[in-house]
Design a protein around this ligand. Structure first.
Ligand SMILES: NC(=O)c1ccc[n+]([C@@H]2O[C@H](COP(=O)([O-])OP(=O)(O)OC[C@H]3O[C@@H](n4cnc5c(N)ncnc54)[C@H](O)[C@@H]3O)[C@@H](O)[C@H]2O)c1
Ligand SMILES: O[C@H]1[C@H](O)[C@@H](O)[C@H](O)[C@@H](O)[C@H]1O
Length: 336
């Protein structure tokens, strides 16, 4: 059985996911695409040699009879509308992060999914499929570190476009850590504070950069995350979990070490594509297999909502400079 997939938003990751479904994965076929920039959608069909129809808009793609499942890879603020429409049409939907840019938007999705009576949504939190993070999770779960006490982390991008503004450091970038640490620690957040160090001269006027986010979990773990999206030198994801008995460090991506011309060196990756390439493959294969089996099991709308609740508080903390409380509602049995 081949799952017929429609893609909404054929920018960088929409094209990447379409390519991997077509060239690397099994059981899925891209039959429909759309983008507000129709030329872009047509160009992707052409580049990848897809046998896909180009739709005028996301809503008509979702309604199409030959689309079994939808991939939402458009800009963050458009996700909620398309995920809600897919749920209303009874179709499985893989939504890139963020599920919605606010907790309220995620709550609307949760309410609609519960109303529909079955899980239809998977959120694109791909770090849960990364081999390095999985080694860390296994070490924590096997009690190899003792109780986790602290996490020191960094999320660095070489640069961001002009449309990237200060709150996006939270709901577009930190959202990965907000999900990953809940999952790694099996914990939820209690408070957040955001500190702005001296601003880099490489940042646009509308983004404070870098930022330091301080989180406290319900179990008392303290987390500091440096978000630095104009760091210039590369795409760099760092994470140390400090436990009672030792420290686990996220492995660096595999690369050759060169001894050459008086230098000892290795490559630093420049974007998320290579850094999480394998994780994206596993993540999307899981989604396709889940749709075929009639049960999606990846990160849920609840995970998207939990991250967004913490994210909203972090945005508030960006504005107030204060330590802000995070309150998580009780998880409905539907997402147990
Ligand atoms: N998991 C990850 O690591 C990862 C990596 C990159 C991007 N993303 C997420 O994927 C999404 C897209 O990011 P990107 O880097 O590909 O951005 P992009 O700007 O390259 O592509 C987004 C595309 O969506 C289109 N679009 C915007 N509004 C639309 C609408 N209403 N309907 C249809 N198309 C619309 C744009 O024209 C553009 O072509 C974002 O939510 C981003 O956070 C996730
Ligand atoms: O959309 C991208 C993507 O999610 C990357 O993984 C992250 O590092 C960037 O900050 C974000 O803008």
């Amino acid at each position: 059985m081949t799952i017929r997939i429609g893609v909404i938003g054929t920018g960088m990751i929409g094209e990447e996911h379409s390519r991997r479904i077509t060239q690397n994965l099994t059981g899925g076929e891209i039959v429909a695409v759309t983008d507000v920039n129709q030329d872009q959608a047509r160009a992707v069909v052409e580049r990848l040699g897809l046998a896909a129809k180009v739709y005028e808009d996301g809503q008509s793609l979702i309604q199409a009879d030959d689309v079994d499942a939808v991939l939402v890879t458009s800009w963050g603020p458009t996700h909620e509308e398309y995920v809600l429409a897919a749920i209303a049409a009874g179709k499985y939907v893989f939504c890139e992060k963020p599920l919605a840019t606010t907790a309220e938007g995620c709550r609307n999705i949760i309410d609609a999914e519960i109303e529909a009576g079955r899980r239809l949504v998977q959120v694109g939190f791909m770090r849960r499929y990364d081999s390095g993070y999985n080694l860390m999770k296994e070490a924590i779960d096997a009690d190899r570190l003792g109780e986790p006490l602290m996490i020191h982390a960094a999320h660095r991008n070489p640069e961001v476009p002009e449309r990237y503004v200060t709150p996006m450091a939270i709901h577009d970038t930190l959202i990965h850590e907000l999900d990953t640490f809940r999952w790694l620690l099996d914990d939820d957040y209690k408070s957040a504070q955001v500190i702005f160090p001296r601003k880099t001269r490489h940042a646009h006027s509308k983004v404070e950069d870098p930022q330091i986010v301080l989180l406290e979990t319900v179990k008392g773990v303290r987390i500091d995350v440096e978000v630095f999206v104009n760091c210039r030198y590369g795409y760099d994801i760092q994470c140390d979990v400090v436990g009672e008995e030792g420290i686990a460090r996220l492995p660096e991506p595999q690369s050759l070490t060169f001894r050459q011309a008086g230098q000892l060196s290795c490559e630093i990756l420049q974007d998320w594509k290579k850094r999480f390439n394998d994780a994206f493959d596993v993540e999307l294969q899981g989604f396709i297999d889940g749709v075929a089996a009639g049960e999606v099991t990846g990160p849920s709308s609840w995970d998207g909502y939990a991250a967004a609740i913490a994210g909203d508080v972090c945005v508030r903390a960006q504005e107030s400079g204060a330590i802000e409380a995070i309150e998580m509602p009780e998880r409905p049995a539907f997402y147990a």
